[in-house]
Design a protein around this ligand. Structure first.
Ligand code: HEM
Ligand SMILES: *[C@@H]1O[C@H](CO)[C@@H](O)[C@H](O)[C@H]1NC(C)=O
Ligand SMILES: *[C@@H]1O[C@H](CO)[C@@H](O)[C@H](O)[C@H]1NC(C)=O
Ligand SMILES: *[C@@H]1O[C@H](CO)[C@@H](O)[C@H](O)[C@H]1NC(C)=O
Ligand SMILES: CC(=O)N[C@H]1CO[C@H](CO)[C@@H](O)[C@@H]1O
Length: 326
């Protein structure tokens, strides 16, 4: 009886998976390299932690790189590909200007290849390294990363702007952008918490300070004291070099203070402030001020983000080098 039920459930899942392509996490699984490269996850953690030790800004870089990878053609390491003579890659697009850490991914890949040649995908390495870099401050994995992703062979600059949300998006635009990736409004609020670490360039928010509606005005939803602070940091509206911490005072500490600050109207981008303009999202923001809730929810939403349109089975390839297709 029990076995029959399981077989029925299994068949249903196979049918559903066949039709829809995903069953939450798709074909990814825990410790995919358990037999083919048992030391893979350990090597990735060790090399990542070594790099974070000497570069505390790295977690923000890798977390954002993972997001930008997953939102364009799924989590297939397309963000890592270099341009070639006849193709301009994703990484050349303006939203990617400030991405860095490619050398770290290359280093991890080289170390993993030494141990197990041609087995571990760059897409899995990026997913794990993003997790491990953020986890360094806690010295334990902060969320589970399922593995078994394979690497894509295509990376086009033209696909970035239509998939990566810009910082001027309002709530509905953000919600729709996430919905196209099968992520919910809840995921949107939770994953925006990634802005608890890292920096933003002046140019990404000076419109809020100097010319919000085209009449030389300031965004009324921005905390006036914070606006004054930001104007001192960014005296020129076109400054594309200066950066400010997104979560002032704790931009290298992963935690729920992003939400505390957001509720004080100190979200840096319009897209951050937009989370307060929907009643439901605002309620989620209030809930996530609790660090325990934030960590729990972030872990779940990252799992969903990390499963977007993944290539599994025999699709794609296992790249030899993350910067180019085989
Ligand atoms: C909701 C839509 C989002 C928008 C509009 C957005 C926009 C931005 C912008 C404009 C920056 C500043 C880049 C710069 O000036 O150098 C940034 C930084 C960052 N974003 Fe987002 N982002 C979004 C969602 C996410 C998500 C889902 C994550 C990851 C879970 C994430 C993680 C980061 C991190 C860690 C940084 C800091 C990067 C650094 O320090 O170099 N963002 N984001
Ligand atoms: C979203 O889900 C639908 C239905 O399961 C699926 O066909 C589609 O490929 C998914 N899209 C993404 C971006 O994951
Ligand atoms: C503000 O924006 C308006 C409309 O886009 C533009 O015409 C004007 O030149 C801008 N002013 C400044 C000071 O940049
Ligand atoms: C990709 O480009 C970077 C920067 O130019 C370079 O350091 C790296 O070696 C390249 N990777 C490959 C595989 O060509
Ligand atoms: C990492 C990377 O390749 N960044 C590029 C992003 O796009 C700008 C152009 O918009 C390039 O100048 C950067 O080199």
């Amino acid at each position: 009886m029990k076995i029959e039920t399981n077989i029925i459930l299994l068949s249903v899942c196979i049918v559903v998976t066949g039709f829809l392509g995903v069953c939450q996490g798709g074909n990814l699984r825990k410790n995919f390299y358990k037999t083919t490269c048992p030391s893979a996850e350990k090597i990735i953690q060790d090399v990542t932690w070594k790099h974070v030790c000497s570069n505390p800004n790295l977690p923000a870089k890798l977390l954002r790189m993972h997001f930008h990878d997953c939102f364009v053609r799924g989590c297939d390491a397309s963000i890592l590909l270099n341009s070639t003579a006849d193709n301009t890659a994703e990484k050349e697009s303006p939203p990617n200007q400030s991405l860095s850490g490619f050398d770290v991914i290359d280093d991890i890949k080289a170390q993993v290849e030494k141990q197990c040649k041609g087995v571990v995908s760059c897409a899995d390495i990026l997913s794990l390294a993003a997790r491990d870099s953020v986890s360094f401050q806690f010295q334990k994995p902060m969320w589970e990363v399922l593995t078994g992703r394979r690497d894509g062979t295509v990376s086009r600059i033209a696909e970035v702007l239509s998939n990566i949300p810009p910082p001027i998006f309002n709530f509905d635009q953000l919600k729709n952008n996430f919905a196209r990736k099968n992520l919910t409004m809840h995921d949107l609020v939770v994953l925006s918490g990634g802005h608890t670490i890292g920096i933003g360039h002046c140019i990404a928010f000076t419109n809020r300070l100097y010319n919000f509606t085209g009449r030389g005005d300031q965004d009324p939803s921005l905390n006036p004291t914070y606006a004054e602070f930001l104007k001192k940091k960014c005296p020129s509206p076109t400054d594309a070099i200066t950066t400010v911490e997104m979560d002032p005072g704790s931009s290298q500490k992963f935690g729920s203070s992003y939400y505390t600050i957001l509720l004080q109207n100190k979200g840096l981008f319009q897209s951050d402030a937009a989370l307060l303009t929907s009643k439901q999202a605002r309620n989620t923001v209030k809930e996530l001020v609790s660090q325990i809730d934030f960590f729990t929810e972030f872990a779940q939403s990252m799992k969903r983000m990390g499963a977007i349109e993944v290539l599994t089975g025999t699709a794609g390839e296992i790249r030899k080098q993350c910067g180019k297709v085989n």
